[in-house]
Design a protein around this ligand. Structure first.
Ligand SMILES: [Zn+2]
Length: 230
């Protein structure tokens, strides 16, 4: 089995993930720049999945350490969980984009998602304290798919929420498949982020404007001042 650093589960990732889509499941989908095919992958191993969930505040430090430990002990199970994570991410991407395009979702994708959802429901609990009942995840087990529990829950919530789906957008950036919920006041958000695709588009527009506005270069300007002087 390949135990290169890429697949060594105990190698913690250090990069900062983006959580600005307005939805946990879209933040998860946005861990790749494009889909179909995937490019700009940000989850390179099971350790990255755990790190993403830590940054999303889905796991506490104790759970993170325990999952790293379990992944180090059973790398093939961690690798299988990693492959399952990426497959689920692409399934959610296709389901969500079917909603954006107002096309029916594929039976295969729905079956795959529903299988994950069914398994996930076994982890949901209702608890009670002084303030009343609340929902929580079981804490007596810590399987490799633990980082995904809230993601699957959020994806199911998004897919059945027409109000939120109507504000679901695909980034207008070139070579960017990031998805986000447009919560802007006049529903005019076009970019995954102004610092990323928004800035790139702005720079491109201003370059095109400058190019259009610039007068044709005099031939002399191509040479040095001494050459252009008679
Ligand atoms: Zn973008």
């Amino acid at each position: 089995m390949d135990l290169s650093p890429e697949t060594t589960a105990a190698t913690p990732a250090t990069e900062g993930y983006d959580f600005t889509s307005g939805s946990l499941c879209l933040d998860f989908v946005n861990t790749a720049s494009t889909h179909e095919p995937v490019t700009g992958e940000d989850l390179h191993s099971y350790a990255h999945v755990v790190e993403w969930a830590r940054q999303a505040r889905l796991l506490d430090e104790e759970q993170v350490a325990a999952l790293y430990g379990a992944a180090t002990d059973d790398r093939s199970a961690a690798d299988a969980a990693y492959a399952g994570t990426l497959a689920l991410r692409e399934t959610i991407y296709r389901l969500v984009t079917a909603a954006i395009r107002e096309r029916p979702a594929s039976d295969e994708d729905l079956a795959a998602f529903n299988s994950a959802l069914t398994a996930n429901l076994q982890n949901a609990r209702v608890a009670h304290d002084d303030e009343g009942f609340y929902r929580m995840w079981r804490d007596d087990v810590l399987p490799f798919d633990r980082p995904l529990w809230s993601v699957i829950d959020a994806a199911a919530g998004l897919l059945i929420s027409p109000g939120t789906l109507s504000r679901l957008r695909h980034c207008a950036g070139e070579r960017c498949d990031w998805l986000f919920i447009d919560n802007s006041r006049n529903h005019s958000r076009r970019w995954c982020s102004m610092s990323g695709c928004g800035n790139r588009a702005k720079a491109k527009r201003s370059y095109a404007r400058r190019k259009r506005a610039a007068p044709p270069l005099p031939i002399e300007a191509a040479g040095s001042p001494s050459e252009s002087r008679w």
